[in-house]
Design a protein. Sequence first.
Length: 276
Amino acid sequence: MSKGVLVDLTKCIGCGSCTVACKMYNENKWIEERQPTSGIEATLADENWTVIKTVKAEKEGKAVWRYVKEQCLHCIDPACASACFAKAFQKTPEGPVVYYPDLCVGCRYCMVACPFSVPKYEWEKSLPYVTKCMMCSSRVQEGQSPACVSVCPTNALTFGDRETLLEQAHTTLANDDNYVQHVYGEKEVGGTEWLYISDIPFKALGFKTDLTEKPLPSYTKDFMTYTPIAGATWAVILGGIAMFTHRKDKVAKEESQPNNTLASHDKNENQEERRS
């Protein structure tokens, strides 16, 4: 059973402990002036694998502030892995979608394929790679929670089996009308390992809410199934055309040989008559 994380946005106080733990565990640089990890301008970047974005919203006619943790959502059927022909992105049985830089060719198809715009590129480096949260996969494999979850002081982040977290989330929604009756990540693009519950509509918090419930790779899976057949068919067709063209040229060459021989014979006779 895959692991996941349930994020309760009503409990997040925006302390930023999770961002610090992420930086320390992954040894990422602090570039706050250009890549802030918290606040209104916080955004995922090559050195920011998770951020806490401050969002102003409205609830019951009053302005309220909410703190939204952003990172890779680790799709159950990840589009990034499907788009990566080099297999640099791979989905692990435990849940995390892991990136292997040694396999990356720098095509950046993953950045185009991701519906959440998560993968980032190291544009300023001479030998750049793609970067993103890997959910501390080595910790998860050992049964430990990701670094960010382990330091949350308000229990806004809960680590566990995804199915168990879903049950917990729905129980919370059923017992408290204060929450929006939706678990974000349960069905979006086929489901994600990271799940969210909130008292503010997700669209108002900047979440993408126009996503399909169908896994994105499934849109191309059927087409790709027929790709080898189409390739073989075209190979046969092109091979037939090549054989026909070759045969046509050969016949034309053979038909022209008698005429060439006769013309050469007549030329030789004329030369002999002139000599005599």
